[in-house]
Each structure stands twice: as structure tokens, then as C-alpha cells.
Design a protein around this ligand. Structure first.
Ligand code: GRF
Length: 194
């Protein structure tokens, strides 16, 4: 892998919609000297996303884009992303589905984190469905974004055993912790394979 040091770090944008705990973990990762990424932009479709505070507290440019009209919203996002010379977009709890056209502009450069062992349990309410189906394992996945929901090439996964005493809430908590470790690792892997 080419080492990206200081000014040469890769410009990254993180897209969020809510809590932003993955954003927080990625900010911490980006602050390490050895990290190949620099987070220079946070995009949210939600003005009230608590995660925006991580951007504000870390002096990262943040942009809230209203999603009344998807086409317009994506046009605006594209503008800020291009202005920032962004080379990688990381979706972290971004609750909007990007259009084919947007993805085309960044093909192979958009990652997402999903709280299940894809290809199982695409979409929402994963933990609830996993518990209902009495699965023995669950986990999280970082994958490339393509035109089908939660279906792009898998970069990295982390699996855990589900205990008898686990419920939707305890599982969500455990997996979120794993996500915070997985996303930075997946970025390293992704960049080393390019
Ligand atoms: C995470 O569970 C992620 O896998 C999913 O949305 C959640 C976002 O959590 N896509 P947070 O906003 O990063 O805390």
C-alpha cells in the first residue's frame, strides 16, 4: 500500500443521518498519524442529526442537505463533494438511497457499513429479524455501494455468536461496538487493494 502521510492523506467524506457513532470512530481513526485518511466533509440529510456535533467539535466542514427533492439534493451533494476533492465516501448510518447517477460519479469509491452478515438481512431492522429467526451468529459488514441495496462487494465482515440471553437491544449494542473497529480496518484493506 502507498503510505499517505500528512497532506497526502486521502480526502474522505462521511455521510450520516443520525447518532454518528461510526463517524466518531472514523474521526478518531483519521487522527492517528498512521491513518491514510483525512475527513474533510460530513454530509447529513438531517439537520437534527446528533452526529453533526462530532463534525462541529472537530472543525470538520459539515453540510446539511434537505432531501425534499432527491435529484436536487444529490446535485448539491455532488457540488460540495467535488469542491472538497473527495476521493472516498463512507456512508455511516446514512438513511437515503443514493441514485444510480450519483453512484456512477463515484463508482468503486463509496463504502457502507451494515449491521448484519451480508448477504443476509439486507435493509432495516436487522437485529430484530435476526433474533426472531433465532440465528446463531450475526455481525457487521463493510461493503462497496452499488445500485442494489446492501449488495455491493464485501470488503470486510466481523462475526459474533448470539447468546441465549441476547435480545435485539443487547445484540445491537455488541454489534455497534464491532462496527467501530471494523470500519477503520475495512478502509485500510480497501485502500491497500486499490
Ligand atoms: C449502524 O448500525 C450502521 O451499521 C447502520 O446505521 C447505524 C448507524 O449508527 N448503517 P451510527 O449513526 O454510526 O451511530
Amino acid at each position: 500500500m502507498v503510505k499517505l502521510i500528512g497532506k497526502n492523506k486521502l480526502n474522505v467524506a462521511i455521510f450520516i443521518s443520525g447518532r454518528g457513532s461510526n463517524l466518531k470512530s472514523l474521526i478518531n481513526f483519521s487522527k492517528k498519524n498512521s491513518s491514510p485518511i483525512k475527513i474533510i466533509l460530513v454530509v447529513s440529510n438531517n439537520l437534527k442529526a446528533p452526529g453533526l456535533n462530532y463534525a462541529i467539535n472537530n472543525n470538520i466542514k459539515n453540510v446539511v442537505i434537505k432531501y425534499k427533492n432527491k435529484l436536487k439534493a444529490e446535485k448539491e451533494i455532488l457540488k460540495v463533494v467535488n469542491r472538497g476533492n473527495i476521493k472516498l465516501i463512507c456512508l455511516a448510518g446514512f438513511m437515503k438511497i443514493l441514485s444510480k447517477n450519483f453512484i456512477k460519479n463515484f463508482r468503486g469509491k463509496i463504502l457502507n457499513i451494515h449491521p448484519s452478515l451480508l448477504p443476509k438481512y439486507k435493509g432495516l431492522n436487522t437485529h430484530e429479524r435476526v433474533i426472531k429467526n433465532k440465528e446463531k451468529f450475526s455481525g457487521c459488514t463493510v461493503h462497496l455501494v452499488n445500485n442494489k441495496l446492501d449488495s455491493g462487494k464485501i470488503i470486510l465482515q466481523k462475526k459474533i455468536k448470539i447468546l441465549k440471553k441476547d435480545n435485539e437491544i443487547s445484540l445491537a449494542k455488541k454489534i455497534l461496538k464491532l462496527e467501530h473497529q471494523l470500519y477503520p480496518r475495512a478502509i485500510l484493506k480497501f485502500l491497500s487493494n486499490r
